[in-house]
Design a protein around this ligand. Structure first.
Ligand code: ATP
Length: 500
């Protein structure tokens, strides 16, 4: 298995080389925080979304789907609190014009024998403590200070006192004096609707899909056959003007979310419902090939929660650059429906026939980014090993998620009977599955090309297929085992592997 830093490099390399993900607007030098999904990437991404939709919408009786517009009435975002509160603390370096998120910029005083000799600053990453320690040592040496260097205790920039801000060096220049105090920066992208460009026409690209669900609550209740408890699910793009997009598709400015608002009675045990959703989400990740051992839970401390929030637990994944949030599961009480009800003047409640009671439901919100799942899957599936003395890289993606479910090969390109039979099988399989056809090069090389993009099965038509009616060989990407089966059997074999 590749080391963490090289794993990330290998993934980036593979994504670009084989057409999973490209920097957006590549020919114009790219646009920071935006990505394009290539021919293989779009398949993988669609498979993630499809698996999620199948498992959480089609295979459940209590969740229905929705596809709301990306631009909502701007009042939506006033009611939800986003206009006022959807902000990150921004720090400018006046010298270099670089911008930092205050909670990702860490600093510490450097103290030698009780005296503060200066400050060090580092950007958040796995190695930041070591970097800060080294910078402090350098400072002590340069200033020729004698005595014991006290331990470097890092704090984030939101905790810097006004008199400290002056002394903290900018990570860009290494010199103090150019950093501004943090100020609130709203992350919503603004646009104008219609021909007027004035304030009355301001609208926002949605920073989450969730509010589209809340503002459609009444529509769904009035037209659907839903009954509390029930959920509304939505998959769609979200936009955030992140100060510091980083770690490839992990934090970008345009991404996709898969969100559910699960409405429960205010009398229900919200904590139990919350826990159930956490378990359900963990189980789903496992089912698509993200092992439990790489997942952990982080419960947000009570004092850091928004006033309306009853609890939020993040499902964390061990990304190559550190343990980071993959999904949030929040218990939001009745905050959103109450807000939209108050601001719109519409009743957004539920009438319970049995008890003849009206109430505003409470909600549990599992929210996950498609792009982060994509990256977690690549980080899990990517392996390097050796086959017949030759190095190969292989993506061990489950068949349900893999871009191609199988590849069909005639053993030789210059034998028309082999080619015709292979093409016929390819066409037959294509009606049900995304299947690749390849006749170019030695068979070993063709296998390798498919291993690298995660195709789980290689199907070869050889002379025994034609002459002895011996069926085709099906090679397993992971075990390398080859079994013979008839072409009819291949169809049901793949169906079983892909659809379970
Ligand atoms: P973070 O703390 O990482 O910024 P968040 O807590 O703001 O994330 P939420 O608002 O809870 O994120 O969004 C729900 C999910 O949407 C996240 O768990 C993540 O999977 C995804 N997501 C959020 N921001 C981004 C982004 N900038 N790029 C890609 N995915 C994102």
């Amino acid at each position: 298995m590749a080391e963490a830093s090289t794993l990330m490099e290998s993934i980036l390399n593979l994504c670009k080389r084989r057409g999973f993900v490209f920097p957006s607007s590549d020919i114009y030098g790219g646009l920071n925080g935006f990505f394009d999904y290539g021919p293989l990437g779009v398949e993988l991404k669609n498979n993630i979304k499809q698996a999620w939709w199948q498992d959480f919408v089609h295979r459940r009786d209590d969740i229905v789907g929705l596809d709301s517009s990306i631009i909502h009435h701007p009042t939506t975002w006033k009611a939800s609190g986003h206009v006022e509160n959807f902000t990150d603390p921004l720090v400018d370096c006046k010298e270099s014009k670089m911008r930092y998120r205050a909670d990702q910029l860490f600093f510490a005083p450097v103290r030698v024998a009780g005296e503060t000799i200066g400050y060090v600053s580092v950007l958040e990453d796995e190695a930041m403590q070591a970097k800060a320690d080294e910078a402090a040592n350098d400072m002590k040496r340069k200033l020729a200070k004698q005595g014991v260097l006290e331990p470097i205790v890092l704090r984030d920039f939101t905790e810097a006192k006004p008199e400290e801000i002056e002394m903290i060096p900018s990570p860009a220049t290494g010199k103090p004096g150019s950093l501004t105090p943090p100020r609130s920066f709203n992350m919503m992208f603004q646009t104008h609707v219609g021909a007027m460009q004035d304030a009355s026409a301001v609208a926002y690209l949605r920073p989450e899909t969730a509010q589209g669900i809340f503002i459609n609550f009444k529509n769904v209740v009035d037209t659907g056959r839903v009954k509390v408890p029930f959920g509304i699910a939505q998959i769609g793009k979200a936009f955030r003007n992140e100060i510091n997009p980083r770690n490839f598709i992990f934090r970008s400015r345009e991404f996709e979310q898969m969100e559910i608002e699960y409405f429960i009675s205010p009398e229900a045990d919200w904590s139990a419902a919350h826990q159930e959703w956490i378990e359900r989400c963990l189980a789903w990740f496992e089912s698509i090939g993200i092992p439990r051992a790489k997942l952990s839970l982080y419960a947000h401390p009570k004092e850091k929660l928004a006033h309306y929030s009853k609890g939020t637990t993040d499902i964390m994944f061990e990304f190559p650059f550190g343990v980071q949030e993959l999904q949030g599961v929040a218990a939001r009480g009745d905050f959103d429906l109450t807000q939209h009800s108050n601001v719109s003047g519409q009743k957004l409640d539920w009438f319970e026939e049995a008890t003849k009671q009206r109430f505003i439901p409470h909600v549990i919100e599992p929210s996950v980014g498609v792009d982060r799942v994509f990256l977690a899957l690549l980080a899990t599936a990517y392996h390097e090993d050796e086959v017949e003395g030759e190095k190969r890289s292989v993506l061990r993606l489950p068949p349900r998620i893999a871009p191609f479910k199988a590849a069909v090969f005639p053993l030789l390109k210059n034998k028309p009977e082999l080619v015709a039979r292979a093409k016929a099988l390819h066409q037959r399989l294509q009606r049900r599955f995304n299947v690749f056809y390849d006749e170019a090069g030695a068979i070993g090389r063709r296998y390798r090309r498919q291993d690298e993009i995660g195709t789980p099965y290689g199907i070869t038509i050889d002379f025994d297929t034609l002459e002895k009616d011996a069926g085709v060989t099906v090679r397993n990407r992971d075990t390398l085992e080859q079994v013979r089966m008839t072409e009819d059997e291949v169809v049901s074999f793949l169906d079983q592997k892909v659809h379970g």
